[in-house]
Design a protein. Sequence first.
Length: 250
Amino acid sequence: MAELAREYRERGYIVVDNLIGPEQVADLRERVRQIADGELPFPEALIEYEPGAEKQRELSNLRKINGPATHDARFLDHARTPAVLDVVEQILGSDIKLFSDQVFMKPPGGIEKTYHQDSAYFHIEPADLVTCWLALDDVTIENGCLWVIPGSHREGIKDHSLAWDVGYRTDKTVPEEALNRSAEVPITLSAGSCSFHHSVLLHRSGPNTTTTRRRGLATHYMSAASRWVGEPEQKPDYPLLRGRAHTGAV
């Protein structure tokens, strides 16, 4: 485990194969389907649709489900998975809180996600969160795996000034001149395997050019000693998952 932590600090990411068992993966897949198809109550404001898709709740139309652990106990249970927290503890220390989570659906024909750094979106300091990205399906280059630039987490947060249109809304991305694409590497995973990446690591995902979906559950963890730097009235309550809370922190 110590070797994994050393590798993470050096490269900004690690891969742990077969960390989540097939029964838990199957359960999460079914929960995702139930939310996507509208069989379970879930806030519509937290559902994102693929550009050009009908805004109708069904599995093939969705791009992302935001914040499932806040609204569904199964996802909070996953965030508390001991095997995952054991890895996170090696990276962040023993006091761990849940920042947020998302399910990325990537249906057949699903669009890319351009280069970005998670901490450019997070109102948390220090910018030292870790994401556990669980493959709910086998993840390949063809169906839209993550690509990362190893070591880029040591370069600080880049300018995200370039507008990127995502169908019905505009997102932001890192300008091409700030990227070293010659260094990028793909992260392919079997279902149940996890990658862990630093919140300042530059990463993207490709489009899904296959006829099968590529679902991934990204769970973001932070040290309980972290600080909220957004508007005070907008500060969420972050669940403590392991260890102890810190006075004056998140």
